[in-house]
Structures are given as C-alpha cells and as structure tokens.
Design a protein around this ligand. Structure first.
Ligand code: AMP
Ligand code: ZN
Length: 341
C-alpha cells in the first residue's frame, strides 16, 4: 500500500511517501523556523498561511523524488491533532480534497502516535511491548505501549513540556528559537559544576514531571549572573549545561522508574527533545546497566516530519481504518482515545 503522509500540526510542513512493501520512498520538509524566529515562538496565523503555500509544491517534490505518479497512491494520511487548529486544517482539507479527487481513502493520524512510531522507520525497530518517553515542544509523557493503539499513560508533565522549558530558557538568555538545539550547542562548551539545578519531583515517588520551576531557576541564575556583571557567552554555556543536565537526569530517573513499574527493559524515545545527544547517552547508559535497549529515530525524524505520519497512517489504513469526507481536527486529543488496530 502506497501512502501519502501530510504533517502540518505546527511550524513544519512535512510530506512523505511510504510504501508498506518498499519502505520510505521520499520525504520533504519545509521548516518555518526563519519565519517565526523574529517573534521568539510560533505565530499560529503565519504558520497556517505558510502551510497553504508549501503543501502542493512539496507533494509534487516527493512524487518526483519517488518517481511516482498520483494515480499510484492508495491512501492519504494527515495529522488531525493535537496541534494548532488553523495549521491542522490546512493539512486536513488538502488531504480530504485530494482523496476525494483521486477516489482513495484518507485517515487523520494522531501526531504523537506518529512520533511514537517514528523509530520503527529505522533499521533496528523496537518490538512490542515497550515504554515510550514522548518529549516534544508540547508534550512530556511516559506511555506503556503494548501494541499500536494500546496505550496506557504512566505519567506526564503538570506544567511545561521538556521542549518548551528548553525553548523558554533559551529565549530568556537571548538565544534563538527553537531553543533546544541552541542550549545543547552551548552546553558542549559549559563548565560542569559551576551551577547546580534541582531535579524536580525526583525526591518523591511517581512518574509525573514538572519543568516550569526549572525554567524559573534558570531565569534567576541568569539574572543574578547579569546583575553581578557577567552576561558573557561562557555564563550562557554554563547555565545551558546545568539546565540540560537537570532535564536529562530527571527524564532518566523517571524512565528507569517507568520501566521498573511496567516490568520492561525496552525504551523508545521520540519527539524533538529525543534528538538531544546528552539525553540519548544518559538513557543508553541506564539501559546498558539494566541490560535493556533504547530506540530512537534519526535526528530529522525526531522533530516533526511527514514520514512518521505516512508510516503511522499506513499501519492503520492497512488494517482497514479510514474516515468519511468530514474535515475534523482536534487541538487536544488524548492518545489513549485511539482505537486499537
Ligand atoms: P517537536 O515538538 O517534536 O517538533 O519538537 C520540537 C521541540 O524539540 C522544541 O521544543 C525544540 O527546542 C526541541 N529540540 C529539538 N532538538 C533538540 C535538542 N537537540 N535538544 C533539546 N531539545 C531539542
Ligand atoms: Zn511534534
């Protein structure tokens, strides 16, 4: 089955062609980072307008790259939520219009299920069951995954998502958007031990997270440094390192707890923050000690992309799932509400 995947939930227009027999045939992405940078974050209206401009040229591009014609496509998968409603509506209406014109089925895909399954596009895919850590700009969740569509939420953040904390911490130190890769880059030059940040909610049992206090701690540390006359690049690097170490260690502690609670030794990490090298290293070490395995996608498939939507959609479309022509998207959509295959 050849599936066209469309991703428009936030600030990336992603398009891909995935074939159930031949694998990923082509994928293309247009990132709106430059468009939103001046505002320090995503401006929803600008995001929607840009998706409209990029969508059809990107679809043409992936068809050319895969050496395919439109009549070969069997079905269309698009992101139906969670995300920015205006942005989601661009992908949904484009998908439904093409599906109607081509006489093929369309299916709305859950964006976080896309992230969750993205490591299955790699050479050594994880088998079920596993524990997944979903760490993106909007989500921080620990999920027990028994099969596609069989998800049990084990824990999530009470306030900011991990990626959001990276972005906000970077912004207050005057770094560019998105802040995660910037903080990771500066942390490499940071001096360990100059600052120590707390590990929020690790001193009590449970699998919930809270990252807003860490962001405030970073703000206070930066302001104290500036008041003391040090607003240097090195101060930013040292704070970035201390902040990153606190996030990484907190996530690692909670992942270890979740694996123990679920009685599993297989961990999947997904979402933009899973591209973070320090996080990958820390989780690899923890799983190495437990004689388990950690799985993640290549960096470009950790952040938003069309390939993960084409892949996740293909699994469900092959099982016969599809929907009517109604254009319906959801800003919020708990993953446990998804049907099993
Ligand atoms: P997503 O919401 O899944 O598209 O991921 C975007 C989020 O991932 C943003 O908050 C980024 O700052 C964050 N991010 C991307 N790369 C990294 C990285 N290397 N380290 C930490 N956070 C990252
Ligand atoms: Zn995402």
């Amino acid at each position: 089955m050849l599936v066209l995947g469309l991703e428009t939930s936030c600030d990336e227009t992603g398009v891909a062609l995935y074939d159930s027999e031949r694998g990923l045939l082509a994928d293309a992405l247009f990132s709106q980072i430059d468009l939103h940078r001046a505002y320090g974050g995503v401006v929803p209206e600008l995001a929607s307008r840009d998706h409209v401009k990029r969508m059809l040229p990107l679809i043409r591009q992936v068809l050319d790259e895969a050496d395919c014609v439109a009549t070969e496509i069997d079905a269309i998968a698009y992101t139906a939520g969670p995300g920015l409603v205006g942005a989601l509506l661009v992908g949904a209406s484009c998908a439904q219009a093409l599906a109607f014109a081509w006489g093929i089925p369309a299916l709305g895909v859950h964006h976080m299920e896309g992230h969750l399954l993205a490591p299955m596009l790699e050479e050594n895919p994880p088998g079920f069951p596993f524990v997944a850590l979903l760490v993106s700009g909007g989500h921080t969740q620990l999920v027990q995954v028994d099969a596609i569509g069989q998800y049990t939420l084990l824990g999530e953040t009470l306030d900011d998502a991990a990626g959001e904390a990276f972005d906000k911490t970077a912004k207050m130190m005057g770094l560019n958007y998105p802040g995660g890769p910037e903080i990771a880059r500066l942390a490499e030059k940071g001096v360990a031990g100059r600052y120590t940040f707390p590990r929020p909610m690790c001193d009590r049992p449970g699998l919930m997270f809270s990252f807003s206090g860490l962001k405030t701690f970073a703000l206070n540390t930066w302001q104290q440094s500036v008041s003391a006359g040090d607003d240097s690049e090195q101060a930013r690097c040292d704070i970035s390192l201390a902040f990153q170490q606190a996030v990484v260690e907190t996530l690692t502690i909670k992942c270890k707890r979740a694996l123990k609670q679920a009685g599993m030794k297989r961990l999947v990490i997904a979402g933009g923050v899973s591209a973070n090298k320090a996080l990958r290293l820390s989780l690899e070490k923890m799983l190495g000690d437990l004689k388990g395995d950690v799985f993640y996608a290549r960096p470009e498939f950790c952040t938003d992309n069309g390939a993960m939507i084409a892949f996740a959609g293909c699994q469900r479309l092959q099982a016969g799932q599809h929907e009517s022509l109604a254009i319906s998207v959801q800003a919020r959509w708990p993953m446990e509400q998804l049907p099993p295959l």
